[in-house]
Design a protein around this ligand. Structure first.
Ligand SMILES: *Cc1c(COP(=O)(O)O)cnc(C)c1O
Length: 401
């Protein structure tokens, strides 16, 4: 069968549709979905060599699967990392990273604007095992620096953040981490490697929720860590083999196929998000729009430099209101008036999804904590999909007008 090796100088867009494990003897054009938990070994010696690590190859589903490998190869190629390891969800990839790199007494510095479950996992769950942590304001580099102590092993940032799209300086954080002998991990979920390549800015580990843009159509959960061959093979894989948060082959196959259209989806959805953000910014019923592509965004210049001149596909806006009670009423009215777009707490879908952060993702915070985080009752997050922007604005006008 045709299994000619790929040339070494291909562009990322080409690798995104071409890179993967070898075709099977049947010559399938679309990558095979290998649903199997075990693998037959040709001899006892080969089996022994695979288990001892002297020979590559598949043995058991917790240690590897060809469909999962294809996804890992493609994602690593897009992020520009030596290797990648796939996990069952974005959160389990963070768990794998923390388990692999930290022990009791180690310290993590991370942004207070990170994904809610990330904050809980580090600040509460790992705290039970003696892992210390400090939360800092996302964009305050001096605060990041001041939080670093001799036992700091990891800096963890997410940029842009959810839902206010705050952007932090990856290069500066990488320098800061390395000067302290620590590693930097960036959650690249919102920007994806199409807009932002943290590895090229000095970052050590890129973390993904494959559930979002990598899949791109809201079908399966997936996660991944991209890093050096040494980190993946010597730190992450040994823990994965014992802890078992593997990505199911079917889900790997879905995100693998999702990567093939990531480039055109991210560019198209970013363009639509920019258009919608500009429309919202001039609407009299809207008091503020949060979108890195707009000149009004506090880190607009840094965003454009760091994110390939695109703002991404997520924006948020505040409806104009006199007080929090009225703001909540007006935001709820906008959401309840939608006839096309979905009220849904996911993001990264081709369908546009809207949420009310103050009553969902940030619902457990006290009103005081919410104010400090800048999440008002009138705030609405829009994860822009691929519908016509005219239909998006008409759908919003039903409740905004
Ligand atoms: C969704 C998300 C996660 C968690 O990923 P799951 O696949 O839901 O476990 C982490 N970080 C960000 C920024 C996310 O949006």
């Amino acid at each position: 069968m045709s299994n000619k090796p790929l040339p070494h100088d291909l562009y990322p867009e080409t690798l995104a549709v071409r890179l993967g494990v070898e075709r099977s003897q049947y010559g399938e054009n679309s990558e095979a979905l290998y649903l199997t938990s075990g693998y037959v070994q040709p001899s006892a010696q080969v089996s022994a060599d695979k288990f001892s690590g002297e020979e590559d190859g598949y043995t058991y589903g917790r240690a590897g699967n060809p469909t999962v490998s294809s996804f890992e190869m493609r994602l690593a190629a897009l992020e520009g990392s030596e290797a990648a390891i796939a996990t069952s969800s974005g959160m389990s990839s963070i768990m794998l990273m923390l388990f692999s790199l930290l022990k009791a007494g180690d310290h993590v510095v991370f942004s207070q604007s990170m994904f809610g479950s990330t904050i809980k996992l580090i600040g509460s769950e790992f705290a039970r095992f003696g892992v210390e942590s400090t939360m800092v304001p996302q964009t305050d580099l001096a605060a990041w620096k001041a939080a670093i102590s001799p036992n700091t092993k990891l800096l963890f940032a997410e940029t842009p953040t959810n839902p206010l799209t705050d952007v932090c300086d990856i290069t500066a954080l990488a320098d800061m981490a390395h000067n302290a002998g620590a590693l930097l991990c960036v959650d690249n979920c919102f920007a994806t490697p199409i807009l932002q390549k943290p590895m090229a800015m000095g970052c050590d580990i890129v973390m993904h929720s494959g559930t979002k843009y990598l899949d791109g159509q809201g079908r399966v959960m997936a996660g991944a860590l991209c890093a050096s061959e040494a980190l993946v093979m010597k730190k992450f894989l040994p823990v994965m083999k014992n802890a078992g948060m593997v990505l199911a082959p079917f889900n790997a196959w879905v995100v693998l196929k999702g990567l093939e259209t990531l480039d055109i989806r991210m560019k198209a959805q970013s363009a639509k998000a920019h258009e919608l953000a500009a429309w919202l910014e001039q609407h009299p019923a809207v008091s503020r729009v949060y979108y890195p592509g707009l000149k009004s965004h506090p880190q607009h210049e840094l965003s454009m430099k760091q994110m390939s001149n695109l703002g991404g596909a997520v924006l948020s806006f505040d409806v104009k209101a006199g007080d929090p009670v009225q703001a909540r009423e007006r935001a709820f009215h906008v959401l309840d008036s939608l006839q096309v777009m979905s009220l849904c707490t996911n993001l990264g879908d081709t369908k546009t999804l809207l949420t009310h952060p103050a009553s969902t993702s940030h619902g457990k915070l006290s009103e005081e904590q919410r104010q400090a985080a800048g999440i008002g009752q009138g705030l609405i997050r829009v994860a822009v999909g691929l519908e016509h922007v005219g239909d998006m604005t008409n759908d919003l006008l039903r409740g905004l007008a």
